[in-house]
Design a binder for this molecule. Structure first.
Ligand SMILES: Cc1cc2nc3c(=O)[nH]c(=O)nc-3n(C[C@H](O)[C@H](O)[C@H](O)COP(=O)(O)OP(=O)(O)OC[C@H]3O[C@@H](n4cnc5c(N)ncnc54)[C@H](O)[C@@H]3O)c2cc1C
Length: 506
């Protein structure tokens, strides 16, 4: 990377968010940008999660870019390898490769108030950028709990998102820690291979049937030859999910019927009353992410599987000890314990106009105007920022909405710059961020995520829900369509270089 390279936009990450940003930038006529990726290939989530059984929980025709439809999705819910291949193809089709810098982990980025740009330090050199777009992903840095004694374990240990394909699980005694979306895909995939599988479950998930099937050749042919059929399919998938949102956000009591279906899904397979009791959640369905599987319960009733209805508390030698005292000696431990979500690691690496990091600014909880911009961090936005997550639909819809916001943001900057003859930057006004956050939290109060009686990864250390969007994706698209300049302070080139006395014009 050149020593003093300057670009108009630097994007961090090459998952759906980063690649989508690259496509939208090119389409907006911006070619002076780079995508900085710490690994050596694109794909993000779908590159990193290659565990057995890894697949999407949202139908592929909805879990894909609207501007890059794929008539060839092989299944309703595609597997990881198909989604990864799709993203590789997006990078090729849209000519993104020349912009992508692999092995370029962003180590630090600092806003230069005098120059009105970001100074970015990567693992392969430094550069500056007018605008910094962080698309590092909400579920990209694995979290392994600090379990006493784990260091002394002499067997194999890995996280679901860093699967060790060189380790042969056949004939081994394996512990899976956690019962989230990844774990319930892993368990049925490895159960037939292993000698013994012990599942450490702190909280049982609600699991619904997975309406998966192959997409027939006839359907694929039709989608390729008659594109409106593909668009209609996407529209229907989207609409069904939009209509479900009210139950999650306003009327959680309506979810009782769904609970009945989920309970039946479990009891028709699990006949043992003791195991049934362990697997029955005591919180409202939807409070934690609803999981989809037809193979999870059938795997749990197999004779080589033990369900420990208690979290992992301690490791003594090669014996895992649960909080309820249950012990299991194992050869390998697979952590399906999720990611750093409410404490996104990139926040520690971004220093804003006031010399504090985003993590410091967010010490009481993440917040960002329209899920995107934070006060004191000019010309910076987060794709899948605070309160943009979804409980029941495709994150690609949120990403695309935020990318509209990014394009409008750049357009507004262009207009301001052209009008003044100087350079401009936009900094979210603290009162606008506060009012947005209050609005979101007010709406959050009635949602199942806050009232459903569970402790989920949607909540931060203070118990505040800073991850989920309490509305429909249509509403989110509407509130991110345009940047409202009244919500921003316009910074212009300072009178004296090196000072933060940017002239506020509004
Ligand atoms: C197993 C799994 C299943 C999922 N299933 C679904 C689903 O069914 N439906 C759904 O809507 N969502 C699902 N998700 C959520 C999924 O993460 C999002 O849908 C989407 O893929 C996020 O894209 P992204 O580009 O924002 O982040 P990511 O795909 O995580 O990409 C982030 C990229 O940023 C890079 N990066 C991070 N930090 C740095 C740095 N400092 N410097 C440089 N590069 C960096 C990473 O290497 C990565 O390539 C799932 C997530 C997981 C983990």
């Amino acid at each position: 990377m050149a020593g003093h390279e300057h670009v108009r936009v630097a994007v961090i990450g090459s998952g759906f968010g980063g690649l989508g940003a690259a496509v939208r930038l090119r389409r907006a006529g911006v070619t002076d940008f780079v995508v900085l990726e710490r690994r050596d290939s694109v794909g993000g989530t779908w590159r990193d999660n290659s565990y057995p059984g890894c697949a999407c929980d949202v139908p592929s025709h909805l879990y894909s870019f609207s501007f890059a439809p794929n008539p060839d999705w092989p299944r309703n819910f595609s597997g990881q390898e198909h989604i990864r291949a799709y993203l590789e193809k997006v990078a090729d089709t849209f000519g993104l490769r020349p912009h992508i810098r692999f092995d370029s982990e962003v180590l630090h980025a600092r806003w230069d108030t005098g120059a009105l740009h970001w100074e970015i330090e990567t693992g392969r050199g430094t550069l500056t950028a007018d605008m910094l777009v962080s698309a590092t992903g909400p579920l990209s840095d694995p979290k392994i709990p600090d379990v006493p004694g784990l260091d002394g374990f002499t067997g194999k240990v890995f996280h679901s998102a860093r699967w060790d394909h060189d380790y042969d699980l056949r004939g081994k005694r394996v512990a899976v820690i956690g019962t989230g979306a990844s774990a319930i895909q892993i368990v049925p995939s490895i159960q037939p291979l292993v000698d013994r599988l012990t599942l450490f479950q702190r909280t049982p998930p609600w699991v619904m049937p997975r309406m998966d099937r192959e997409i027939s050749r006839a359907e694929r042919w039709l989608h390729a030859k008659v594109p409106p059929t593909r668009a209609l399919r996407r529209r229907m998938l989207w609409l069904i999910r939009e209509l479900q949102v009210g139950a999650f956000t306003k009327h959680p009591a309506q979810l009782g019927l769904v609970e009945k279906l989920a309970r039946h899904h479990m009891t028709k397979v699990v006949k043992d009353p003791v195991l049934r009791a362990k697997l029955t959640p005591d919180y409202r369905i939807g409070c934690k992410r609803i999981l989809l599987s037809n193979t999870y319960y059938p795997a749990l009733v197999k004779p080589n599987v033990d369900v420990v209805a208690s979290g992992l508390e301690e490791v003594r030698g090669n014996t895992l000890v649960a909080a309820d005292g249950t012990e299991a000696e194992v050869d390998a431990v697979v952590f399906g314990t999720g990611f750093h979500v409410t404490d996104m690691p990139i926040a520690q690496r971004i220093t804003g106009a006031d010399g504090i990091t985003l993590a410091e600014a967010w010490k009481d909880g993440m917040e960002a105007l329209r899920g995107s911009t934070a006060a004191g961090f000019p010309n910076f936005m987060t794709v899948i920022g605070p309160n943009t997550g979804l409980g029941n639909s495709s994150m690609i819809l949120i990403i695309e909405a935020q990318l509209n916001y990014m394009v409008d943001y750049l357009g507004q900057l262009g207009t301001l710059t052209a009008g003044s003859g100087g350079r401009a930057a936009l900094d979210a006004r603290p009162e606008a961020v506060r009012s947005w956050t209050d609005h979101v939290q007010r709406r959050m109060a009635r949602t199942v995520w806050n009232t459903g009686g569970c402790d989920s990864w949607y909540l931060d250390a203070n118990g505040r829900n800073t991850t989920v969007w309490p509305g429909t994706t249509g509403e989110f698209a509407k509130v991110t369509r345009r940047v409202d300049l009244a919500e921003y302070e316009v910074l212009r080139a300072p009178a004296r270089a090196g000072q933060r006395k940017a002239e506020a014009t509004r």
